[in-house]
Design a protein around this ligand. Structure first.
Ligand code: ADP
Ligand code: MG
Length: 264
């Protein structure tokens, strides 16, 4: 099977003072166009390693990655990345932080077109009335909304999100999950999101990909999430298979945890 995004036989070996360490090995995954993948696994198993290789920010030791028919060589505007910390330029307004990428990726668009793009995405993330504030005048949740707008506004083929809501309190996290679900609904995108929140994964993903524990981590179990879209949290939670799927995920993670202790 070929996918829009293909990770084939992907491996990562880090050089460490103790010698080379194989962190990820034989990681295979095909992602369809428009599909949302949640990547789940214990802390330290290699989730960020996979995501940063896909982002082109981390060298690939083995295998390869193809995005839309092209093997990736380093980072590119076809893949937008959102990390846990918003990483905005502190001296620039929210608007300018988003405009920076838009100006760089669409240098031939007219000024009006670029402005319309920035404003459209600011509105999508619910920031219309705070566009001209500086990051320090915004809450962490608002800053991460800017981070989402910045990633979407350059119109990448794919979104890569590494625990984007991990620093937020649970109410803000749920709000931002809804913002993200909403943008994806309007601006269908292929996405891979690392999370360790099983409920977040079930709310957002089409498939939940769970990694085995490292070293030599790979895809352990994949769960298809059958909830229809657009998703409404109450309906998702009330779905007849919600708790069964949740249970399967927790069971997998617990098994991995046990294996870790046996190995130790
Ligand atoms: N640059 C690096 N050099 C050496 N080891 C690393 C490096 N980056 C990550 N690791 C190790 O690789 C493993 C996986 O890390 P990471 O991908 O960040 O895990 P996760 O995101 O699942 O928590 C960890 O044991 C981590 O210590
Ligand atoms: Mg990580």
């Amino acid at each position: 099977m070929r996918g829009y995004v293909e990770l084939f036989n992907l491996g990562k070996t880090y050089d460490t003072p103790k010698g080379p360490q194989v962190i990820v090995e034989k990681f295979d995954l095909n992602i369809e166009k428009g599909e949302f993948i949640a990547l789940l696994g214990h802390s330290g198993c290699g989730k960020s390693t996979v995501l940063t290789m896909l982002a082109g920010l981390n060298s690939i030791s083995q295998g390869g990655i193809v995005v839309a028919g092209r093997e990736i060589q380093g980072p590119g505007p076809d893949r937008g990345v959102v990390f846990q910390a918003p990483c905005l330029l502190p001296w620039m307004t929210a608007y300018d932080n988003v405009a920076l990428g838009v100006d760089r990726v669409f240098p031939h668009a007219s000024k009006a077109e670029r402005r319309a793009t920035v404003e459209y995405f600011m509105e999508l993330v619910g920031l219309s009335s705070s566009m001209h504030k500086l990051p320090k005048e915004l809450s962490l949740g608002m800053q991460q909304r800017v981070g989402l707008a910045r990633a979407f506004a350059v119109q990448p083929k794919m979104l890569l999100l590494d625990e984007p809501f991990g620093m937020l309190d649970s109410l803000t996290r749920m709000e931002l999950q809804e913002v993200l679900a909403d943008i994806l609904q309007k601006d269908g995108k292929t996405a891979l999101m690392v999370t360790h929140d099983v409920d977040e994964a079930l709310f957002l993903a089409d498939r939940v990909v769970m990694m085995t524990n490292g070293p030599r981590a790979k895809v352990g179990k994949i769960i298809h999430v059958p909830f229809e879209r657009p998703r409404e949290r109450a309906r998702v939670l009330a779905h007849e298979s919600y708790y069964d799927l949740r249970e399967q995920m927790i069971e997998f993670l617990e098994e991995q945890e046990k294996l870790k202790h046996q190995a130790a």
